[in-house]
Design a protein around this ligand. Structure first.
Ligand code: SF4
Ligand code: SF4
Length: 302
């Protein structure tokens, strides 16, 4: 059995801003919703979301015998999270830092290794947007926040600029968290109104119109307007009042590694692109795609 307070203290010492612990559970209703969302075509070309829905709804299919889930979050809010002014090469805040698949994974590995010293029987797996897991749903169950109208986790203290990672583990914990009560979006609809493409439908996204998808997964016949974004899109986050009042990230691992508006994309080549952005989320893209997005958004904005 693991001590919940010890888990949270360890997560905090490693650099996570938030940590909650919940029982491993099934999310059947969310699975049905996801199936309908896919059937409605709102998944567009994001084929990975169509696979392994059974595992997404039941984490014991990913980790046999799983008993508990540790949900950790860390703020990545930086100077570009409140928006850009008159820019046609905007990059989402999360993509300005070292790829969270690397940083969060390292942090979760450190957390589990530390916990294992006091509990040698501990086993499990860690995930950070790397497998079919309802991470946001677990975060809600763990009392970290609620699902906002733009379908992101909103946390009272850190807003939505939060990266999540989970450890699905074999051990019971002495105490489990529960969802926050009396918090939510209230009457606010700023994110719905801020989305330039009207892609937000109540608490989910029609990814066919979403800029974030289009900048990264665009196919040749895709005419989604990009509104100055060349990788990702923060419009439905920058406007959120919870982000306006949130402090900037304090964990140095999430400090931007480059200045997106200082780069002359026409003056670098693919080799330099690969070298400079190898450890950032931009490595999922290419210089060719970035230049094509600049072209697309410049043409459409004329
Ligand atoms: S990421 Fe951008 S395009 Fe997608 S829903 Fe949010 S505001 Fe709309
Ligand atoms: S902008 Fe408003 S509606 Fe959207 S997530 Fe934030 S609080 Fe909720």
């Amino acid at each position: 059995m693991l001590n919940s307070d010890l888990i949270k203290a360890t997560a905090s010492a490693i650099g996570f801003d938030m940590c909650g612990v919940v029982r491993c559970q099934k999310f059947a209703a969310e699975g049905e919703f996801l199936k309908q969302w896919i059937a409605d075509g709102k998944v567009s070309n994001l084929s990975y979301l169509q696979r392994n829905i059974d595992k997404r709804t039941d984490a014991t299919l990913l980790v046999e015998g799983a008993k508990s889930v540790i949900v950790c979050g860390v703020s990545y809010k930086n100077r570009y999270s409140e928006g850009y002014k008159d820019c046609n090469q905007k990059i989402a805040s999360y993509a300005l830092t070292t790829d969270y698949h690397i940083t969060i994974k390292q942090m979760l590995q450190q957390l589990c290794a530390t916990l294992k010293k006091g509990c040698p029987t501990l086993s499990g797996r860690i995930f950070t947007d790397s497998a079919p897991v309802f991470e946001k749903r677990y975060a809600v169950e763990a009392g970290l926040g609620w699902i906002g109208r733009q379908s992101l986790l909103v946390t009272p203290q850190f807003g939505t600029f939060v990266l999540l990672g989970v450890a699905i583990i074999s051990e019971e914990c002495d105490r489990y968290d529960s969802p926050l009560q009396g918090v939510g979006c209230g009457e606010c609809r700023r994110c719905v109104e801020a989305c330039p493409n009207g892609a937000i439908v109540e608490r989910h996204i029609d990814t066919r119109r979403c800029i974030s998808r289009a900048t990264i997964e665009r196919q040749s016949d895709d005419n989604t307007p990009l509104h100055g974004w060349i990788f990702g899109c923060d419009e439905c986050q920058s406007c959120c009042p919870y982000n306006r009042r949130a402090a900037a990230a304090t964990n140095p691992r999430f400090t931007p590694t480059f200045d997106p508006i200082a780069i002359d994309w026409n003056k670098i080549d693919e080799a330099e692109f690969s070298l400079r952005f190898a450890n950032t989320p931009l490595s999922r893209s290419s210089l060719e795609r970035i230049l094509s997005n600049i072209d697309t958004t410049t043409q459409m904005d004329k």
